[in-house]
Write a new protein. Structure first.
Length: 387
């Protein structure tokens, strides 16, 4: 640790309780400041130096001057490349992984990093324990950037001619792929960013996974039993997922293995176990799902999370107010506070559509022109890409 100190003398202070002595640096009155050597960020420390269990904790009165934290390998690499590291940070993206963001307008807003040269340096973090911790930990929490991509998706959904067709258009497999990636992200967030974890787990959780597994197994059974029969030496069989299966073996060879994997989902106790059990269930599932219907519980959860994230961003960034004329409106609460009450009430199974309706009410009462917003975003994206 590099330390900048002014000329100082030392005096001895006696700790009355332990009858031990320690040296305290005495300076000309300058305060101790702990700072990042790259971006200059100042870290908060206590006002006074004190001792706990014979360990000295520095404070603003420690007289150490400016104390700089060590620079990581990534910080060295970025500095050597002439990149201002104070402008960049990482956030979680849908499906897992990170998105590098760049602060603009003096730090008031942020946009995704699009410069391939800068992305190459930011992503080249092998061997850097600090950067690896960012990746393994999931996110650098930033409450002012709450899943803003979802709002764009929801607005696209609302302008679709048939909103029900918009979800069906994604196909049956999409619901499982989306759930698997969502649970993988939650497993990374758990214990590190509980606020974000709980907000996401409200909609996509173990109960939903169980319902979806049961729904899949039932559709699998019906689909297999409805298949055209063939015979082999007088014994009926079906052709399913590129395999010949005797009709008498449908349950044993198709349904029962999936039931065993669904029981594993029931028996999970941690987010990581849940993610792995759901992943393995879907990986093992026969993928003849073109005619399968999306699970009603998943569609409801999708609406709930979509509405929640959209309302969050309308309140934070677009000057919107919480809609009146509902049981959650209260002058004593902020808009975000009312939203949390509504999300908690409608976070139960099968209630996500109610929050979706409340979101529509917010859009209408605040006179949000969805198509104008979409044009605005498209122009902003075009401008970023043309830099």
């Amino acid at each position: 640790m590099a330390t900048t100190k002014k000329n100082e003398t030392k005096k001895t202070v006696t700790n009355k309780k332990s009858a031990t002595k320690r040296a305290i640096p005495v300076t000309d009155g300058s305060e101790t400041k702990v700072m990042c050597p790259v971006c200059g960020t100042e870290f908060a420390i206590g006002e006074h130096e004190h001792t706990v269990n014979n360990a000295t904790v520095i404070g603003a009165d420690s007289g150490l001057g400016n104390v700089y934290l060590p620079v990581s390998k990534r910080g060295d690499a970025l500095k050597a490349a002439g990149i201002d590291t104070s402008k960049y940070f990482a956030i979680q993206i849908p499906g897992g992984g990170e998105q590098w963001m760049q602060k603009t307008d003096g730090g008031k807003t942020a946009v995704p990093v699009s410069d391939p040269n800068i992305l190459g340096i930011l992503n080249n973090i092998a061997g850097d324990p600090i950067a690896e911790q960012i990746v393994q930990g999931g996110t650098v929490p930033n409450r002012n950037l709450f899943r803003r991509w979802i709002m764009s998706q929801v607005f696209h959904w609302l302008t679709f001619k048939d909103q029900a067709d918009w979800l069906r258009w994604h196909g049956y497999d999409y619901q499982w792929e989306m759930l698997v990636e969502e649970l993988r992200t939650q497993a990374k967030l758990y214990g590190r960013d509980m606020e974000n974890y709980l907000a996401r787990n409200r909609w996509f959780n173990k109960h939903l996974a169980i319902v979806m597994a049961d729904d899949y197994i039932e559709q699998l059974r019906k689909d297999a039993e409805s298949k055209k029969r063939h015979t082999c030496k007088g014994v009926p069989y079906i052709r399913y997922n590129c395999h010949d299966i005797f009709v008498s073996d449908i349950h044993k060879k198709l349904v029962e293995p999936m039931v065993v994997l669904s029981i594993r989902i029931h028996n999970t106790h941690t987010p990581k176990d849940l993610y792995e059990a759901v992943r393995d269930f879907w990986n093992a599932a026969p993928k003849r799902t073109g005619m399968f219907k999306q699970c009603a519980a998943w569609k409801d959860a999708y609406k709930g999370m979509g509405a929640y994230a959209t309302m969050q961003n309308l309140l934070r960034f677009h000057g919107c107010t919480f809609p009146k004329g509902n049981t959650f409106y209260s002058r004593r609460l902020s808009g975000l506070g009312m939203l949390e009450h509504a999300a908690t009430a409608y976070g139960h199974d099968g209630e996500g559509w109610r929050l979706f309706g409340l979101m529509k009410q917010m859009i209408e009462e605040n006179h949000i022109d969805i198509e104008a917003k979409q044009r605005e975003w498209a122009e902003a994206k075009k401008a970023r890409l043309s830099r």
